[in-house]
Design a protein around this ligand. Structure first.
Ligand SMILES: NC(=O)N[C@@H](CC(=O)O)C(=O)O
Length: 434
């Protein structure tokens, strides 16, 4: 039998270390060393090699809102952002609450081929918070669902939450909770605090997030199951998660890039004026003190990973008055640069810390085989090549996402994803889709 063609990535600094060559054959890293040669060569001199990024929280909008994003456009954006796998959230139309829908999303991901798409299953039928969805059927389906979430809505009924936590133990699943006590946030428009007071917008108190996280940590401990907390946004939430982890409970958490960088002051005073819905997001942007606590928690491991909460919306749903605008920001194509600025340039994380929080941990939490492995011999060749010395203004018109609702337009961010390899096959080269 003839040997598969090989590729060598030349001179990459794995996790920012000394330059090395990475020899890839048949989708697997065969060898890491010096002076390696292959049938094809990718020049990676000066670039940092990271394990392919994994997102636990992506809204791909298909089926149902293809005007905002499709699996094709969202996974193109993911590849350009350095991702080799994304978890597609369940708040589609129809909702991903059956084996049929999750298999459809999984197949669309395979057909698109830009990165692996692992569907998230809804916890409750129609995200309505009344009856458990077919969790077992989704777990057993071809999509092999392990992460379940009603994201966008909170599983606020404590009995249902308990049952869901118990149920997923059978297949090592995890409930990813969108922690938002609904009655404490009825009509809420932005973080409750000094800025919401001045602007006259209904506040979204930190306690609405923290109360649910505290309850769910206790429930997860009570039934001995796994809880994952979506998009942690307050300093108080960090304290609760730190406490739950100190007890040895199986609780993990994510933070979004935007909650690591942006604050609620932007709603009042930003380069684009006040009341600009580009800053409207769920959970809301919080205070500088919250941002500082989230950064420290990500650095010390209290928060396990970064997840984008890439939430595309069409122009007509965002460019409207604040109270009518949709909540959400896109993030796949800027995530690594934002983490670079918030965590690496501040000295809080090095590149191995970034690899842990943007690749290893999310793959582990999602039980996603084949991703989140170190760049070393024997691992699948899922690799992101990053130019940490680049610096450029964010230009949304260049994005692959179908939507443009980025809060970073015009802002200069560090770094640039130069190439992404999915099982050895380049999905992005020279910063462009292959
Ligand atoms: N994160 C967001 O602001 N929006 C999410 C869902 C949500 O409301 O959490 C979306 O689907 O648009």
């Amino acid at each position: 039998m003839s040997e598969q063609r090989s590729t060598v990535v030349k001179g990459a600094r794995i996790l920012g270390g000394e330059p090395a060559d990475i020899l890839i054959r048949d989708g697997i890293i065969e060898e890491v060393g010096q002076g390696l040669t292959g049938d094809e060569t990718i020049d990676a001199r000066g670039l940092i090699a990271l394990p392919g990024l994994v997102d636990l929280h992506t809204h791909l909008r298909e089926p149902g809102r293809e005007d905002a994003e499709t699996v094709e456009t969202g996974t193109r954006a993911a590849a350009l952002g350095g991702y080799t796998a994304v978890h597609a959230m369940a708040n589609t139309d129809p909702v991903a609450d059956t084996a049929g829908v999750v298999e459809q999303v999984w197949r669309l991901g395979q057909e698109a081929g830009h990165c692996d798409v692992r569907p998230v299953g809804a916890v409750t039928v129609g995200l309505e918070g009344e009856r458990l969805a077919e969790l077992g059927a989704m777990a057993d389906s071809a999509a092999r669902v392990r992460v379940f979430s009603d994201d966008g809505k909170c599983v606020s009924d404590a009995v249902l939450m308990r049952r869901a936590l118990e149920y997923v133990k059978a297949f090592d699943g995890v409930i990813a909770q969108h922690a938002q006590e609904p009655r404490l946030t009825a009509g809420a428009q932005m973080n409750e605090g000094a800025v919401s007071g001045r602007l006259g917008l209904t506040g979204w108190p930190a306690v609405a997030e923290e109360a649910i996280i505290a309850r769910d940590c206790l429930l997860a401990a009570h039934v001995g199951s796994r809880l994952h907390v979506c998009h942690v946004s307050t300093a108080g939430s960090v304290e609760i998660i730190r406490w739950a982890k100190s007890k040895g409970w199986d609780v993990t958490a994510e933070v979004t890039p935007h909650h690591l960088l942006l604050t609620d002051d932007l709603v009042e005073d930003s380069p684009v004026g006040a009341y600009n819905p580009i800053y409207k997001v769920n959970p809301p942007l919080r205070t500088r003190a919250d941002v500082e606590a989230l950064r420290l928690a990500l650095a010390d491991g209290t928060i396990d990973c970064v997840a984008t909460d890439h939430a595309p919306h069409p122009v007509e749903d965002k460019e409207t008055e604040w109270s009518a605008a949709a909540m959400g920001m896109i993030g796949l194509e800027t995530a690594l640069s934002v983490v670079h600025e918030a965590m690496v340039e501040t000295g809080l994380l090095d590149w191995s810390g970034v690899a842990e929080r943007m690749s290893y941990a999310p793959a582990r939490i999602g039980r996603l085989a084949g991703h989140g492995r170190p760049v070393e011999a024997g691992a699948p060749a899922n690799i992101t090549l990053y130019d940490a010395s680049a610096r450029a203004g964010v230009d949304p018109s260049a994005f692959a996402s179908r939507s443009r609702n980025t809060p970073y337009e015009g802002r200069t961010l560090p770094g640039r994803v130069v190439a992404t390899l999915l099982r050895g096959r380049p999905t992005v080269l020279d910063g462009k889709l292959v």
